[in-house]
Write a protein that binds this ligand. Structure first.
Ligand code: SIN
Length: 342
């Protein structure tokens, strides 16, 4: 005979089940002074401490925590990305998990978010969150950000929106978001698309959804992949014509280079000559911009040579798309098509 559930058990059952995957960052950072917001060590505090610091999240959802890594996100690796993506795909395939929150350093959060946006195979919400002030700081921003992230991941409206970032009450799409301030809590912005939405007292409001394919509609699948192709970024600046770095990268095994070009993706004419020669040997070159907003299309001469425009992806996001594109094809027309689509 089935036993009747208590009211508390029935309420627990109705709440969504959210798993918090911790990777480190300032949200898990610590220093022995509550006035210091620099000079701390990121990625020190464990996931249980983060969860227990915000008991209110247990009113929003049934919470479980897992520690995937505990690093400063400047030290992020392909290996951790692949572990994280595979773990999320496994968790979200279960009927017992309704959404995922990932605690992460803010420095490379946009990169991890975009990688997951293109490789997670589920419509369920996946939300990245971090903090600009360490957990020990006066007025630390981590607890409120974590509360908001859980409120977002637990909300049915957040389904099928791709991977999102919840920081400072704002919701950003993984595709558009970038860190814009080195220190301030108001740092994540989406210069080309604007905020995706807002979180107010645990309520979620959306303004737009990303139109480019993501998650279940993305063609990229990392299930059977253990390493990613090597892709690097080359920064443009005045008088940057030697090509030494490009040649060295190619010799070290780089398959693709994203150029953070000046203006609308411009590359110094001598640098371009070097890249053209390396392209004859199989290097793939994508032109993005160091400017921070706008769209880069390879001009007709450049695209005839095989240069590919990153569209509105900043260099660090174009790098991720090129890495994933190279897991599928080396054909330049196919890669150009991927950049038009994603
Ligand atoms: C990091 O990215 O791990 C450190 C900086 C931060 O989280 O804000």
């Amino acid at each position: 005979m089935l036993q009747a559930l208590s009211i508390e058990e029935m309420q627990e059952e109705k709440k969504p089940n959210i798993v918090i995957l911790a990777t480190g960052g300032t949200i898990a950072g610590s220093i022995d002074s509550n006035i210091k917001t620099t000079g701390y060590t990121a990625g020190v505090v464990g996931v249980d401490v983060l969860i227990n610091a915000v008991p209110e999240i247990k009113n929003l959802a049934n919470i479980k925590g897992e520690q995937i890594a505990n690093i400063d996100s400047a030290d992020m690796t392909d290996e951790i990305w692949l572990t994280l993506a595979k773990r999320i795909n496994k968790l979200l395939a279960s009927r017992d998990v309704d959404g995922i929150v990932i605690t992460h350093g803010t420095d490379t959060m946009e990169e991890t978010a975009f990688f997951l946006h293109l490789t997670i195979k589920s419509d369920k919400p996946v939300v990245l969150v971090g903090a600009m002030r360490p957990s020990t700081a006066m007025s630390a921003d981590g607890p409120k950000n974590l509360y908001n992230a859980v409120a977002l991941a637990a909300n049915p409206k957040a389904k099928n929106k791709g991977v999102m970032i919840a920081m400072n009450d704002r919701i950003q799409s993984a595709r558009g978001a970038t860190k814009t301030h080195a220190l301030n809590v108001e740092t994540f912005k989406s210069p080309n698309s604007g905020d995706m939405g807002y979180i107010l007292d645990g309520n979620v409001f959306f303004n737009y959804v990303p139109l480019q394919p993501h998650t279940r509609k993305s063609i990229f699948n990392i299930d059977r992949i253990d390493t990613l192709p090597k892709v690097d970024i080359l920064y443009s600046y005045a008088n940057d014509g030697s090509g030494v770095a490009a040649k060295a990268l190619f010799q070290a095994g780089t398959k693709g280079i994203v150029v953070a070009g000046s203006g609308a993706g411009s590359i110094h004419k001598y640098q371009k000559e070097v890249l053209k020669n390396l392209m004859q040997k199989g290097l793939v070159v994508v032109q993005s911009s160091r400017v921070g907003s706008g769209i880069v299309l390879a001009n007709s001469n450049d695209s005839k040579l095989g240069f590919i425009g990153a569209h509105d992806l900043n260099p660090q996001k174009a790098r991720i798309l090129l890495m994933l594109a190279l897991t599928k094809t080396n054909r330049l027309d196919a890669i150009a098509n991927i950049f038009e689509t994603y």
